[in-house]
Design a binder for this molecule. Structure first.
Ligand code: IPE
Ligand code: IPE
Ligand code: MG
Length: 254
């Protein structure tokens, strides 16, 4: 079912716990280099950090976790690193999907999957089908994903779906065609690895997301690092354009 939520249209109901967390898992290469290991060793360890975060999100009853695994620009990396990442992805799905399913997790891949090899596409489809009716955490993996790609494909789809509306589209129309139309906008964005940029992640949906940057490298991002991010989120005042006084009035009336 489509969600069409938009923080610029209506004010989301705030809670202490984020409903949707989006993560740029960065720093695998540097983690490996620090240990005089090949970059791909960092990607391998990064997979363990993924599983740990998924578990922590299940424990905290988070509804949506979205992980940036491979950007549309990451094809620019050396061919052997790209193919290592693709096989890690296939193996990871094969190895973990049954456990995800047992834990009532729904897996969704967002991104342009047409560029993947047939084995990976099959494995993605199999995993999505197996977990489609699960009602716990929705785990979205962004692979060959780019925020600009997403907005453009949504514009094109929207235009094809409603040609008579051309020139008259609004936010809800576009949001309904984004790759993550099924989820509310992220409440918390986490980027590990020290860089302070969005790197073409969910450009549309991050409009009012709380941003959290940490120097911790992705393979080191454990439950205590995650708890620091949650604590930081809980200290924010989300105003969505209103004044601080208005926000505290609303809070005291509840
Ligand atoms: C993130 O770690 C993983 C992917 C982009 C696939 P990096 O590989 O970007 O690690 P650094 O930034 O080089 O340390
Ligand atoms: C962003 O990390 C993409 C992923 C984590 C998948 P990058 O390492 O590719 O980002 P830049 O190049 O430093 O911006
Ligand atoms: Mg990086």
């Amino acid at each position: 079912m489509a969600f069409f939520s938009s923080a610029t249209k209506s004010i989301p109901i705030g809670t202490d716990m984020p409903q949707h967390i989006a993560v740029i898992m960065d720093g695998n290469g540097r983690w490996a280099r620090k240990r005089f290991l090949p970059r791909v060793a960092g990607h391998k360890r990064g997979m363990d950090a993924v599983l740990e975060l998924v578990k922590a999100c299940v424990d905290h009853n988070i509804a949506y976790l979205t992980l940036f695994a491979f950007s549309s620009e990451n094809w620019r990396r050396p061919a052997d690193e790209v193919s290592f990442l693709m096989s890690l992805f296939i193996q990871g799905l094969k190895r973990e999907v049954a456990k995800l399913h047992e834990n009532n997790i729904k897996l969704v891949l967002i991104g342009d999957r047409t560029r993947f090899n047939a084995e990976l596409i099959d494995q993605i489809e199999l995993s999505e089908r197996l977990t489609a009716n699960n009602t716990g955490l929705t785990l979205s993996i962004a692979a060959n994903y780019g925020g600009r790609w997403d907005i453009l494909q949504a514009v094109n789809k929207m235009h094809r779906a409603m040609p008579s509306h051309a020139g008259d589209f609004d936010e809800e129309h576009l949001a309904a065609h984004l790759a993550m139309h099924y989820a509310p906008e992220p409440d918390l964005f986490i980027r590990t690895g020290g860089e302070k940029r969005i790197s073409n992640f969910m450009l549309w949906q991050l409009a009012y997301t709380e941003l959290y940057f940490t120097d911790t490298l992705w393979p080191d991002f454990d439950e205590s690092a995650f708890n620091l991010a949650l604590a930081s989120y809980q200290n924010r005042e989300r105003r969505f354009g209103r004044t601080s006084e208005q926000v505290s009035d609303v809070a005291s009336n509840n």
